[in-house]
Design a protein around this ligand. Structure first.
Ligand code: PHB
Length: 403
């Protein structure tokens, strides 16, 4: 394949595989420092924009969108949440992030982050090719890696780069380029999934509600004044066809019900999907002149809202390191990437796993398991240490919190 004829050959310092938030934010950060990129993605822009993803940005990530000049739309259309609610034992318990750790989070869907980043690339004259096919990454163990792809119109292209970044998501092909005998994959499967809906209804609560119940977990999130996002724990093999609207509302209502009489505001369901998830990390995150970022290197269960934030943190670190590598330091600068990214990755792995286990009902769980979980939840909301632990992890770790 390496000798196949191509229609164009281009040279840029950094080629990026994947035009999700990680790939586009990296391209944006590099372009601010005068470094050109070419970003390719197999998906069309429309496909990415219409795939529902998570909705919470930590304050640092929200600030970065504004301060690096991506867009300030989040300030107008996003919602700052100073806390979140944990519901269990039929009662509401608020964790007040702002009072506990001085930070808040922003409800701003990933699809909006993507749109802002894609618009910023257009505005700044960046090159992003959506809907490409047959992407090949070649020669990554040399200092002159290449990317080949077929554009949507059938033409063949080659990009010659100094570094290639694999930001190609949870089904990454780039991560498979690290030889099998040189990589380690750490992972964990969960015996449940999330059933996600978009509903046309007013918000049921001013902030997110993470609900534990004897019937399983539920999460009440929002999108706009008229569209809401909600999830409930289901089995990984669940089919959306088995869930007419009535059954969905009955299930969600039972999971948030309590002595305070809390009820969800119902409405027509616009979208239904089953979201499977797992915990996953691949090391090393670099092979030769290729570096992995975001979901390509690690995925987390959605319970702690860490995935997007972690991806944006990776590329913040990586942009700095690539600028050093392209400057006087050369490839040796890449050695710093994995240690600097991994600390936060494993903290987020732990937090996402902890929060998943804290709130979901394991199949086959016993009455002991349920009571123990309630004891743990009580420890979280009922002690300053418990509340602060949750607030620190959920809002993102403060600078200087390294051991
Ligand atoms: C969402 O709004 O889609 C959302 C929010 C918080 C999560 C997961 C998903 O933990």
């Amino acid at each position: 394949m390496a000798d196949a004829v191509v229609d164009t050959v281009a040279s840029v310092p950094v080629a990026v595989i994947g035009a999700g938030p990680a790939g586009l934010m990296l391209a944006h950060r590099l372009s601010r420092a005068g470094v050109d990129t070419i970003v390719v993605d197999t998906r069309t822009r429309r496909e990415i924009e219409t795939t529902h993803r998570a909705g919470i940005l930590e304050a640092d990530a929200a600030r970065d969108l504004v301060e690096t000049g991506v867009s300030d739309r989040i300030l107008r259309e996003g919602h700052e949440h100073e806390g979140t609610e944990l519901r269990f034992g039929g009662r509401a318990h608020r964790i007040h992030f702002k009072a506990l750790v001085g930070e808040s989070v922003w409800l701003y869907p990933q699809t909006d982050v993507f749109t802002d980043l894609a618009d910023a690339r257009d505005r700044d004259g960046g090159t992003v090719h959506f809907g490409v096919k047959g992407t090949e990454v070649l020669d990554i163990t040399t200092g002159t890696p290449r990317v080949r792809y077929t554009a949507a119109d059938g033409s063949r292209h080659e990009v010659r780069a100094q570094y290639v970044v694999g930001a190609d998501g949870s089904r990454s092909m780039c991560r498979n380029l690290v030889p099998e005998d040189r990589r380690v994959r750490y992972g964990k499967e969960y015996p449940f999934a999330w059933f996600g809906i978009m509903a046309e209804a007013p918000p049921s609560a001013p902030e997110l509600v993470y609900a534990h119940s004897g019937h399983g977990f539920a999460l009440i999130s929002q999108r706009t004044e008229t569209v809401q996002r909600m999830y409930f724990q289901c089995s990984p093999g669940e089919s959306v066809d088995a869930w007419p609207d009535d059954r969905i509302w009955e299930t969600l209502q039972a999971r948030v019900a309590g002595e305070d009489g809390f009820r969800l505001k119902e409405g027509p369901i616009l979208d239904k999907s089953v979201l499977r998830f797992r915990s996953f990390v691949q090391e090393p995150m670099r092979w030769g002149s290729m570096v992995l970022a975001g979901d390509a290197a690690h995925t987390v269960p959605p319970t702690g809202a860490r995935g997007l934030n972690l991806a944006l943190h990776d590329v913040k670190v990586l942009a700095d390191i690539l600028l050093r590598a392209l400057g006087t330091e050369g490839e040796a600068a890449l050695e710093d990437y994995q240690p600097r990214a991994l600390q936060r990755i494993w903290r987020a792995q732990n937090f996402s796993h902890w929060m998943t286990r804290l709130l979901h009902t394991p199949p086959g769980g016993t009455p002991f398991d349920l009571r123990r979980q309630l004891g743990e939840l009580d420890n979280v909301v009922g002690t300053p240490a418990g509340r602060t632990y949750l607030a620190v992890q959920y809002t993102g770790w403060p600078v200087g919190s390294q051991a």
